[in-house]
Design a protein around this ligand. Structure first.
Ligand code: 0RA
Length: 809
């Protein structure tokens, strides 16, 4: 479109965005999965700011079929008027917001901008990192559009049509030149959106994923973080029915706290500053904790529950079974710590402390029975902790003296730099034996576990430390134990790898270990030190060829290779022609697969069949951009006489109305076989298909031949087709002949060499890194699967049983 002269004008501004494109990681953290999702959060944060300022109560996030994303809100709309500052050369405010770094907040003085934390780099960054981005603004009864490509305006801002209400809709496609990963994960987005819906009570957040047929999800919580706590505790036994909730503001710091005690032994507290999850805590969290401990002790004394002078509840005791959310809003947040997820503002500590103390004292005065129950629980915790201290001292002494006793179990490595060391936790002595033989002694240590690991979800600390398996685990890792005492600086291995059998027992032991790590050493997981080994599930053999495989794709590769050993695929009709290489062939076949899926989706959603689609894709770009303004005659020219199927009803009707002048349509001159809604041309699906419209040529042009290469059968044509998909089917079918598949269940079924080769050798193995991206969900899963209550577990099993595919008991 009218690109001329426009981009030239914007060169200065675009230098800023070029910097973002050059070093994207500096602005959004990384360019993989996280960074990709970060783009959405960034745009949503702007809408949330608009909601916090009181101008917006609805936000809709949509993933489109091509992995572009729309974020739409009903706020005031980004201003579109011309800037007066000569620096901005008479450009619209919208253009400045989208193209100048950190300009978003400058137009407005609302006090709680999210900016300054991990987020808050501005929508201009998202623009810079998008292949294209479109903004639609509704304001003062008008609709405005502006489109960008890799940050640069594609044309001037345009006013098109009238609108009711106001708001902003930003749609963008992350640039695949920048991002290694370009496929959005809906669960990841929902997780953050749900968190935002809890943290910003009343705001309605709607999420829709157009890549599947599921309905939109509506997230709205009038009860805010009190509802959040209730939701977190949904599978736990609450000690008191009502969530304790308080909200107050002091010195421009807003504090919101919700808490509820349960019968569990663990603490689940999440803290937030300006909607950002402060995983490392900070001043707000320490203020809260101090106030909680003091409140309990003071109330115990005042009420006469504390009989002895020496009575005192420690911080840890006061938090056993606690579920809490602490959320603050600060106008100038300072984020510190290794991952910038720790709130540093010192003034916040005192504010939270005194507000929470006051709130809790009031609550206890009004609800003495609840106060009593909580204090009793804390006292019980204190008793158990004293017993644990004794057990822990013994473990310490033992670890200092008894290195020989440990060595009997732990086969340590010779390397001393923890960054290079790996610890394999292996189930059973026999697998432990193979692992010891197969390992690389320089940097791989093996810890075989004998019996079942203790379920820490149902045991207090004293019992845990009395458990042999857990003790040797703690001693081997060398970094201590307990949520707050674990010190990653002392960790002896930076890769801790759980290696269990691929059967039910193995899964159980893995779960017990994961429970233990998540509850007692969450830092190990947060810092990415925990892994799960992936022993192969199958060995496939054909003739002399054999391979270990885990995925469909690996299986497919094997079949292709095995077929292409005695045959070749040729593009063209000459059997003596050069072979198409396997890799490009596979790539082409997979691309064809993907495109087929997209085409059938377009058929389903827009009713556009393959033939019509091909015509649409073949249109010159100017034509479909302006389709709306084409006359019926022009449309007919484009799509042929019989192809009225492309004509939108609106256009057809214009023609018909013109026909007899009295406003009543006469009999249709063109029979509409089917219609393509003009919206299709503007859809992201169409755009996606266009951007993948290049013929898939890597594997050569059809026809394809499969030609034998054996001595006797040389050049015999085995198969001939014009379609890549048919070629795929033929190769798969042929490959399956004479195939032998063996399923592995136990590590013990492999000898030490096989184990090393498939599962331990860093060059060949596949490790899964354990991440608890959603700590709330992880907390719930461990509660349900490993906790006291039976009913939630039963429900879980009944709900998920149908998903189980391979069950070996
Ligand atoms: C600058 C100024 C104003 C609003 C916005 C930006 C704004 C930005 C975004 C981004 C997504 N949704 C948004 N909604 C609003 C204030 C405009 C005024 O004073 O009317």
């Amino acid at each position: 479109m009218a690109n001329t002269g426009y981009t030239g004008d914007s060169i200065q501004v675009l230098e800023g965005l070029q910097a973002v494109r050059k070093r994207p990681a500096m602005y959004i953290g990384d360019t993989s999965f996280r960074g990709l999702h970060h783009l959405v959060y960034e745009v949503v944060d702007n809408s949330i700011d608009e909601a916090l300022a009181g101008h917006c109560d609805q936000i809709k996030v949509t993933i489109h079929i091509d992995n572009s994303v729309s974020v739409e809100d009903n706020g005031r709309g980004i201003p579109v008027d011309k800037m007066r500052d000569p620096k901005y050369r008479n450009k619209s405010a919208l253009e400045i917001v989208m193209t100048v770094l950190h300009s978003g907040g400058k137009f407005d003085n609302s006090s709680y901008k999210v900016s300054g934390g991990l987020h808050g780099v501005g929508v201009s960054c998202v623009n810079a990192l998008s292949k294209w981005l479109e903004v639609e603004v509704r304001r003062d009864g008008l609709v405005w559009f502006m489109t960008f490509e890799r940050g640069a305006p594609k044309g001037p801002i345009e006013q098109k049509g009238r609108a009711r209400g106001s708001g902003t809709k930003i749609t963008f496609l992350p640039d695949s030149d920048i991002f290694e990963e370009t496929v959005y994960n809906s669960e990841t987005l929902i997780l953050r959106l749900r968190e935002l819906a809890f943290l910003n009570k009343g705001v309605k957040i709607v999420f829709e994923d157009e890549r599947n047929d599921e309905e939109a999800i509506v997230m709205q919580h009038k009860g805010g973080i009190a509802e959040y706590v209730q939701w977190l505790n949904r599978n736990k036994e609450a000690l008191h029915r009502k969530v304790i909730y308080m909200e107050a503001e002091r010195d421009k710091t807003e504090v919101e706290v919700a808490l509820q005690y349960t019968g569990a032994y663990t603490e689940t507290t999440f803290s937030f500053a300006n909607n950002i999850n402060t995983h490392e805590g900070g001043t707000h969290l320490s203020g809260f904790r101090a106030a909680l401990t003091k409140s309990l002790n003071d109330y115990a004394k005042k009420s006469g529950m504390a009989k002895k002078e020496s009575f005192s509840i420690s911080g840890d005791d006061s938090r056993e079974g606690l579920t809490a959310i602490v959320s603050v809003r600060v106008s100038q947040p300072q984020f510190e710590g290794q991952t910038k997820m720790k709130l540093g503002n010192s003034e916040v500590q005192g504010i939270v402390n005194s507000l929470v103390y006051e709130g809790l004292q009031n609550f206890f005065e009004e609800n003495p029975p609840i106060a009593k129950r909580i204090i009793e629980k804390s006292v019980e915790a204190a008793r158990a902790r004293e017993a644990a201290r004794k057990a822990r001292d013994m473990t310490r002494r033992k670890s200092a003296l008894d290195s020989i006793g440990q060595a009997a179990k732990l086969a340590d490595c010779s390397e001393r730099d923890p960054a290079l060391c790996e610890l394999f936790i292996v189930e059973g002595d026999s697998a432990g034996g193979s692992a010891k033989q197969g390992r690389d002694r320089r940097f791989q240590a093996i810890l075989p576990l004998r019996g079942k690991v203790l379920n820490v979800e149902r045991a207090r600390e004293d019992k845990m430390l009395g458990n042999n398996e857990i003790r040797s685990l703690i001693v081997s890792l060398g970094a201590g134990f307990g949520k707050d005492d674990f010190d990653t600086a002392k960790l002896r291995y930076h890769k801790v790898i759980i290696m269990t059998d691929a059967d039910v027992d193995g899964a159980h032991i893995r779960t017990l270990l994961l429970t233990n790590f998540f509850r007692q050493m969450p830092e190990l997981i947060r810092r990415g030190h925990l892994y799960i080994a992936q022993p192969p599930l199958y060995q496939i053999r054909k003739g002399k060829k054999s391979r270990y495989v885990n995925t469909e794709a690996e299986f497919e590769d094997f079949l292709f290779e095995s077929v292409l050993e005695s045959a070749k695929a040729v593009s063209g009709s000459d059997p003596a022609g050069p072979a198409v290489l396997q890799k490009p062939l596979l790539r082409a076949i997979r691309a064809t697969h993907d495109r087929e899926r997209m085409i059938s989706r377009v058929h389903r959603v827009y009713g556009v069949d393959r033939e019509a689609l091909t015509r649409c894709l073949a249109l010159p770009r100017e034509k479909y951009v302006t389709t709306e303004s084409l006359s019926p005659t022009e449309l007919r020219e484009l799509f042929g006489d019989g192809a009225a199927d492309v004509i939108n009803t609106a256009e057809v009707q214009t023609e018909l109305m013109d026909g007899n002048g009295n406003g009543k349509p006469k009999a249709p001159a063109i029979r509409l076989k089917s219609q393509i809604d003009l919206a299709f041309f503007k859809s992201h699906e169409f755009s996606a298909l266009l951007s993948h419209n290049e013929p898939i040529t890597l594997a050569g042009e059809p026809p394809f031949l499969v030609v034998a290469t054996g001595e006797k059968t040389e050049k015999e044509i085995l198969f001939q087709t014009d379609s890549l998909l048919a070629l795929r089917d033929f190769i798969m079918e042929t490959g399956r002949k004479g195939l032998f598949v063996q399923r592995y269940k136990g590590l013990g079924e492999m000898n030490s060499e096989q184990l090393a080769e498939t599962t331990m050798d860093p060059q060949k193995r596949v490790l899964l890194q354990v991440m608890a991206e959603d700590e709330a969900a992880a907390d719930n899963i461990f509660t349900v699967l490993m906790g006291e209550l039976v009913e939630p577990r039963k429900d879980f099993i009944e709900k998920h049983a149908p998903e189980v595919q391979n069950l070996d008991i």
